[in-house]
Design a protein around this ligand. Sequence first.
Ligand SMILES: Cc1cc2nc3c(=O)[nH]c(=O)nc-3n(C[C@H](O)[C@H](O)[C@H](O)COP(=O)(O)O)c2cc1C
Ligand code: FES
Length: 463
Amino acid sequence: MDPADSAEHFDALRALVGRSRGADGVLLEALRRARARSTGPTAAWAPAVAGALGLPAAAGLGPADYYADLAAPHGRRHVRVCTGAACFAARGGRPPDGVEEALGVRTGAAAADGSVSLQAVRCLGHCYAAPACLDGGTVLTGPDLAGRLAAQAAGGGGRPAAPPAPAAPPVPAADATGDPALLGGVVAGEAAWQVWPRTVSCGTPEQVRAEVSVAGLRGRGGAGFPVAAKWAAAGGSPGTVVVANGDEGDPGSYADRLLMESDPGRVLEGLALACFACGARRGVVLVRSEYPRALAAMREQVRRAYADGHLGRDVHGSGTDLDVGVAEGAGSYVAGEETALIAGLEGGRGCARPRPPYPTRAGLWDAPTVVNNVETLAALPWIVRRGGAAWARRGVPGEPGTKLVCLSERFARPGCYEVELGTRCRGSSRTSAAGRGPARSRPWCRSAGRWAASWPPTTWTCR
Ligand SMILES: Cc1cc2nc3c(=O)[nH]c(=O)nc-3n(C[C@H](O)[C@H](O)[C@H](O)COP(=O)(O)O)c2cc1C
Ligand code: FES
């Protein structure tokens, strides 16, 4: 190719990128609204949505065909049924019985009159009460989903709807400290926003970074990357963005959902502390669409945080400005990966790209971007308040602190458990051991320096 031609193509690409910047956060929302009004194929509506924003047809068709929420036809009543591992196991390895019959529509399709549609999803974060489905914004759980869907449809007009899905049972750490670090708000009523006002007005970013470094906190999003090292890599420029990753796509996990729904203030306070530590003036919370309650809770928490002066201009008279927005995912497991997540926030397909460059150098709209998991961020208020050394004393060398562990419906005591890292467990089948019942498993408590005696051992017993 002639070099002049290639330069011309490159410039055209830059121009397109420049135009799409104007649609920051707008394109996916516009596509979502159009999808909700149409049962037709994406080609029937996505190009027009892009056109209305001054973008080429491909800019609309790309994400519309990529994200499950946009590709799946939506009727006026849209039901998402979970086919993830915990629900699969809860049904004894069978597909969702009777759901298609109850709704009169095949999975992945909408009724001809547009009244109802059915979509299969991988996890709804209700694995402890599996199987689960989402009827509009209402979660239904339990063995007879077809019956519950029928009850839900019959509800209203004075008649009872299906019973509400139970909340995730949170269980605090049972170590010698008796001090839950992540579930403090959920199980002990410890209020959020205890740390932020003082830190932003009297502390420094260096102090926050030092405590997190001493804590040895490692990311809870999967890779276990040291948090302090990631923050340092971003370089501390004011253009930095910090993203709270609430995509939680792994079937069987619901810790992030529990935190966002039950203690959204702690997650947001953690994000504010991370922004402060990184010199960032902008934070984004990404919540997957399969978690409508978490999405609503985080949006409400952001609204309140502005009203209470935790966010906005000159936060608590400190001279620090901080803005935070909440974005909704569109149904992609891969879009939980940080580069794919950033592509989604820019309105594109949620596809991962090779690194380097790492997002800390070139992320959201090319700005230095730190992506941290929701559980990682929720640990920050505790660490800043109690000190990094207190976090480092818990867990085991190289893996300090506590961790949320989610047990699904097939366990004897399903729930979200906060345990010290390094906690040992032994499970036994309820039907094994010649009817002798579950074997006791005793976790090692490092801080107590002994085997725990009263930690709930049957928790780890499989049904
Ligand atoms: C396919 C794939 C999916 C991922 N999904 C998530 C997710 O849902 N939530 C999350 O926090 N991290 C997810 N990650 C990891 C992120 O890329 C990133 O490492 C993480 O959000 C960083 O947060 P942390 O440093 O606090 O762990 C995923 C990674 C891959 C490869
Ligand atoms: S809700 Fe079905 S696997 Fe989590």
